[in-house]
Design a binder for this molecule. Structure first.
Ligand code: APR
Length: 229
C-alpha cells in the first residue's frame, strides 16, 4: 500500500509567485483591514468594496504562475497517496497539476449562492458586479470562508491528517484556527517537515524537521529526498 503524504499549505507557498502573504504585511491586506474585506460584517457593510477587492485579487491571480514549490509537489503523486490541504484561495496547486486538493478557505475563482450555499459557480478570473444572481435567483457572494465563518471541510481534512505517514507544512504562520489545529491530528509514527524561511519551530514532537528556507527552493529538494528515501 502506498504511504500517505499530506501537505498543508498557506500563503507562503504562493509568495514566490508574487501573491503577498497576510501576516507579513502587518495585518493589512492590500491596504485593507482584513475584517473589512474578509468577514460577513464587511460584506454586509460594503459589498461593493468586497466585490472589488476579490475582483482585483482574481485579476492578480490571472497574472501569476505556479512556482517551483507548487510544481514539485505534483511529483509526490508518483509514489505516494498525496493530498494537498491548502488555506490558499488561489488556484496555483491546480495549475501545477496536483490532483487531490482541498481548499479549506474557499476559492477565488468560484462564487456561490447566498440562498443555496451548495450551488457553487466557477467564474474563472472574471470581474463580478455586486448584485449578480445565480440562475435560481440567489445573490452571488465570493466562495471564500471569511473570518467568523465555519470551515466546512475541516473534519475531512483532520481525517486525512490522522492517517498520514508524512506531513509537510509549508508557508503558514499556523495562527488561524481551525486549520492550525490540524497539526495536532498527526499519528505518532508520522514524520513532519516544516518549511518556512522565518520559523524556527513552534511545533512539538521529535519526529519533526524544520527547514528554514523558501518553498520554491526547499520543496524540489525535499520532494526528491522523499521519493528516494
Ligand atoms: N516560502 C515559504 N514560506 C514563506 C515564504 C516563502 N517564500 N514567504 C513567507 N513565508 C511564510 C511566512 O514566514 C509565514 O510564516 O509564510 C507564512 C505566511 O503566513 P500568513 O501570512 O499568516 O498566511 P497563512 O498562514 O496562510 O494565513 C492563514 O489567515 O488571513 C487568513 O484566511 C487567510 O488562509 C489565510 C489564513
Amino acid at each position: 500500500m502506498k504511504k500517505r503524504v499530506v501537505i498543508l499549505t498557506g500563503a507562503g507557498i504562493s509568495a514566490e509567485s508574487g501573491i503577498s502573504t497576510f501576516r507579513d504585511a502587518g495585518g493589512l491586506w492590500e491596504g485593507h483591514d482584513i475584517m473589512e474585506v474578509a468577514s460577513p460584517q464587511g460584506w454586509k457593510l460594503n459589498p461593493e468594496l468586497v466585490t472589488d477587492f476579490y475582483n482585483k485579487r482574481r485579476i492578480k491571480l490571472s497574472e501569476v504562475e505556479p512556482n517551483a514549490g507548487h510544481l514539485a509537489l505534483k511529483h509526490l503523486e508518483d509514489q505516494f497517496e498525496t493530498y494537498i490541504v491548502t488555506q490558499n484561495v488561489d488556484d496555483l496547486h491546480e495549475r501545477a497539476g496536483s490532483k487531490n486538493i482541498m481548499h479549506l478557505h474557499g476559492e477565488l475563482i468560484k462564487m456561490r449562492s447566498e440562498a443555496f450555499p451548495d450551488d457553487i459557480y466557477e467564474i474563472g478570473y472574471k470581474e463580478m458586479k455586486f448584485g449578480e444572481r445565480c440562475p435560481k435567483g440567489g445573490l452571488l457572494r465570493p466562495h471564500i470562508v471569511w473570518f467568523g465563518e465555519e470551515v466546512p471541510l475541516i473534519n475531512e481534512a483532520a481525517k486525512l491528517v490522522s492517517g498520514c505517514d508524512y506531513l509537510l507544512i509549508v508557508g503558514t504562520s499556523l495562527e488561524v484556527y481551525p486549520a492550525a489545529g490540524l497539526v495536532n491530528e498527526v499519528p505518532p509514527h508520522c514524520m513532519t517537515y516544516l518549511v518556512d524561511p522565518n520559523r524556527h519551530g513552534g511545533l512539538a514532537g521529535n519526529r519533526l524537521e524544520v527547514i528554514q528556507g523558501t518553498a520554491a527552493k526547499v520543496l524540489p529538494e525535499l520532494v526528491n529526498r522523499l521519493l528516494n528515501a
